[in-house]
Design a protein around this ligand. Structure first.
Ligand SMILES: [Zn+2]
Length: 252
């Protein structure tokens, strides 16, 4: 049974190998896509800021024009006044308005400069988006290419995997799938012999030592999944080690 488990493990290792290229291409594509979306988000914000600044600038220019109209109206009135007092009162109004108008014009100018800056940024982000779109397309092409290249192997191995999985009891398959989920890179780990004489063994996945009783149980229960107590990978023994361990433990 552990042999059958190991057979599934080998198919999975092989599958992982051929998927690696596709996976890295897919990761690159996702990263480029994410960057594109980030730029698009920036573009939306910049467009909004640009429009808001334009509206503000227009409103300020409008205010300044209104003030000029009022100044002109006061000037007309000044031509028709009869007293000095009335005249100087209007003059004060005119001067105050002119100062205010000057301030508004200054603000309008600042706003217009801001509009220009935003316009430049809008242009830059559009260029960046065009470039990034090309990179995304290129990355997508690489994904398609990798898919085409591994397609046949993938089909064959997927069928092999189904066959290997069908050989296992549901419980054993479940233990395996659980370990595979936890240890994406490898569900199983080889038992390593560190020192034959002292019966020192360790897990090839996490390198922590394994009690010898666990090895006995591994040999005696070939239909069970024996997990490393430290990392929970399913342990397996290569044939050579199996023999050496059997002879060693019987002679000891
Ligand atoms: Zn381990």
């Amino acid at each position: 049974m552990q042999k059958k488990l190991y057979a599934l493990f080998l198919v999975d290792q092989h599958l992982r190998g051929i998927r690696a290229r596709l996976d890295s291409a897919t990761r690159r594509h996702k990263a480029q896509q994410a960057r594109l979306e980030q730029y698009q988000q920036q573009q939306t914000e910049l467009n909004q800021q640009h429009r808001t600044a334009q509206v503000n600038a227009q409103s300020l220019e409008h205010q300044a024009r209104d003030m000029q109209t009022r100044v002109d109206q006061f000037r007309q009135q000044m031509n028709n006044v009869r007293s000095n007092k009335e005249y100087s009162a209007l003059l004060v109004e005119v001067n105050t308005l002119k100062i205010e108008k000057g301030k508004i014009e200054e603000q309008a100018l600042e706003k217009l400069e801001q509009v220009d800056r935003f316009a430049q940024q809008v242009k830059e982000i559009a260029e960046r988006i065009a470039e990034q779109t090309k990179l995304v397309d290129l990355a997508a092409k690489e994904v398609t290419q990798a898919q085409a290249e591994i397609g046949q192997d993938l089909e064959k191995l997927t069928a092999q995997r189904q066959e290997a999985a069908a050989q296992l009891s549901p419980e054993l398959l479940e233990s395996y799938e659980r370990a595979a989920e936890t240890h994406e890179e490898a569900a199983m780990a080889e038992v390593i012999e560190d020192d034959r004489r002292h019966l020192d063994y360790s897990c090839g996945g996490c390198y922590m030592s394994i009690p010898v009783e666990l090895l006995n149980s591994l040999l005696r229960n070939p239909s069970k999944a024996i997990l490393c107590p430290n990392c929970s990978r399913i342990l397996y023994l290569v044939d050579a080690l199996k023999e050496s361990f059997s002879s060693n433990s019987t002679s000891a």
